[in-house]
Ligand binder design. Structure first.
Ligand code: E4P
Length: 214
């Protein structure tokens, strides 16, 4: 499983990129709005920091024609832009059009397996099941990841699964175990993956012993 970062904050992206594990970035309209910056300008900054991995940029239009127009503009910003499209009937039409144009897509707001299968058959590069938001309403987000992974495997579908709406480290481990190809993770969760109290205690003890040697 690969690591994407789920943020539009350029400092978080830079810090995550320095770790050497970053394979891509996802943004959404809420994350961009939080930054109070021009969307296209921020995408230019992100794609000059992350030049190879996928950078998802979401369309705002609600009709297929509008999504296609917007998506083409976004895709022109950099070769590694992936157009993020919401899971709607209009979104599916747009995904098919982008697929015909060889523009990569990430179908977002996936909450059941049929939505994922439809997106894949329309030509989506990625599907993003939202684990945390399902957990929030008492449904099991991780079972959805496992079901989509099984369907894609059984039917030889190459669309990749991005485990999204990740809230804590256990989501990351479980997403990997259940067949997600990618987890897109907020910076606070990504940096917390490094931590274990026994690691900190071990370092402290090694340093104390080193400094107390005779
Ligand atoms: C994924 O692409 C989305 O941007 C994101 O994971 C949504 O997470 P949230 O439910 O924490 O807003």
């Amino acid at each position: 499983m690969k690591f994407f970062i789920d943020t539009a904050n350029i400092e978080e992206i830079r810090q995550a990129n320095e770790l050497g594990v970053l394979a891509g970035v996802t943004t959404n309209p809420s994350l961009v709005a939080k930054e109070g910056v021009s969307f296209h300008e921020r995408l230019r900054e992100i794609t000059s920091e992350v030049k190879v991995g996928s950078v998802s940029a979401e369309v705002i239009a609600e009709d297929a024609a509008g999504m296609i127009e917007e998506g083409k503009e976004l895709a022109a910003i950099a070769p590694n832009i992936t157009v993020k499209v919401p899971m709607t009937l209009e979104g599916l039409k747009a995904v098919k059009a982008f697929s015909d144009l060889n523009i990569k897509t990430n179908v977002t707001l996936i909450f059941n397996a049929n939505q994922a299968l439809l997106a894949a058959r329309a030509g989506a590069t990625y599907v993003s099941p939202f684990l945390g938001r399902l957990d929030d309403i008492g449904q099991d987000g991780m079972t959805l990841v496992a079901t989509i992974a099984e369907i894609f495997d059984r039917h030889d579908i190459s669309t990749e699964i991005i485990a999204a709406s990740i809230r804590h480290p256990l989501h990351v481990t479980d997403a990997a175990v259940n067949g997600a190809h990618i987890a897109t993770i907020p910076y606070n969760v990504l940096s917390s993956l490094v931590k274990h109290p026994l690691t900190d205690q071990g370092i402290e003890k090694f340093m104390a012993d080193w400094n107390n040697q005779k």
